[in-house]
Design a binder for this molecule. Structure first.
Ligand SMILES: C[S@@+](CC[C@H](N)C(=O)[O-])C[C@H]1O[C@@H](n2cnc3c(N)ncnc32)[C@H](O)[C@@H]1O
Length: 284
């Protein structure tokens, strides 16, 4: 039996179990969201693009959240009073997540769907996802769908690697719940960047979160990574990437941010990121 083929048959149940209720209180910050209130100003300089403070209301916009869970991002934006949520859409596969949002935020457009099966996406000004795409098969294809439907900016947070191809295979890397098995995909940071630039996302900010915590190599454990994958060799890590669309024909601007202590602990990884980004910029 190919467990990757079986994934879609059970994905709703896999994400619908008691433990899921923990997502009710997930904390959110502006840094996790794609809004930049300077975006409509003329002659932006690069650093202004990445200022994360929201200082005035952002109105008349549409928003897509992938993996909206129990609506904690929606709740954060609603409580801020700064984001126009009248055209917000949240897509979520979990019955617990979807039902909770429908009940508690009935004004939102909540869609109960396996995102990987959603092909006819509308256009949205802003889109975001946090740690949801890396639980799906073919994560780069999922990003492509989101980016093609995004008009202004997108932000994502994911389990990353810096060497070797993106890994999305349940036999190699997975999580298990009481009700099923799901992907623990490892997304190559540079594959994502090389996807985004030709789609017009020329202003990119990468926040490198450093090495990922150790994952068990015992296939019975709840989080499993096969011994076939050497975490040090692929630079198994975490990243947050903000991408802003620009019509300009100019070269991509890619800002790389890392905390000083993370830089010291991950010096080789940071050098590799710097070097590869330089090559990417030259080639585009
Ligand atoms: C780790 S949780 C993150 C939740 C939330 N984004 C956050 O940061 O707190 C991953 C979310 O993605 C959802 N998800 C996973 N696979 C999905 C799929 N194929 N389609 C839609 N949602 C999915 C899960 O149900 C879950 O709500």
């Amino acid at each position: 039996m190919d467990i990757n083929k079986e994934y879609h048959k059970n994905v709703v149940n896999t994400w619908t179990w008691d433990f899921y209720n923990k997502y009710k209180n997930s904390p959110w910050r502006w840094a996790d969201l794609p809004f930049r209130d300077h975006i409509t100003k003329q002659n932006l300089n690069h650093s202004e693009f990445f200022d994360k403070k929201i200082t005035h209301k952002i109105k008349n916009i549409s928003i897509l959240e992938v993996g909206s869970a129990m609506g904690s991002a929606y709740d954060f934006m609603k409580k801020s009073g700064l984001i126009d949520l009248s055209n917000y859409t949240g897509v979520e596969v979990s019955k617990i997540g979807y039902s909770y949002c429908k009940k508690n935020y009935p004004e939102g457009n909540w869609i109960h769907k396996d995102f990987t099966k959603w092909s006819n996406l509308e256009k949205y000004d802003y889109s975001f996802e946090r740690n949801a795409v890396h639980h799906m098969p073919s994560p780069i294809e999922q990003y492509e769908k989101i980016l093609k439907s995004t008009k202004v900016s997108f932000i994502t947070c994911f389990r990353s690697c810096l060497a070797g191809e993106t890994i999305a295979d349940l036999n190699i890397s997975n999580f298990k719940t009481d009700t099923g098995i799901y992907y623990s995909s490892i997304i190559n940071l540079f594959e994502l960047i090389k996807l985004a630039i030709p789609l017009g996302f020329k202003n990119i900010k990468i926040v490198f979160g450093g090495a990922h915590e150790k994952i068990s190599t015992n296939s019975n454990d709840a989080h499993f990574l096969s011994e076939k994958v050497n975490p040090d060799k692929i630079f198994l890590s975490r990243c947050r990437v903000l991408m802003i669309k620009s019509d300009s024909k100019s070269k991509p601007k890619i800002k790389f941010v890392v905390r000083p202590d993370t830089l010291l602990k991950n010096f080789e990884a940071c050098l590799l990121i710097k070097k590869t980004l330089k090559e990417i910029k030259i080639n585009f």
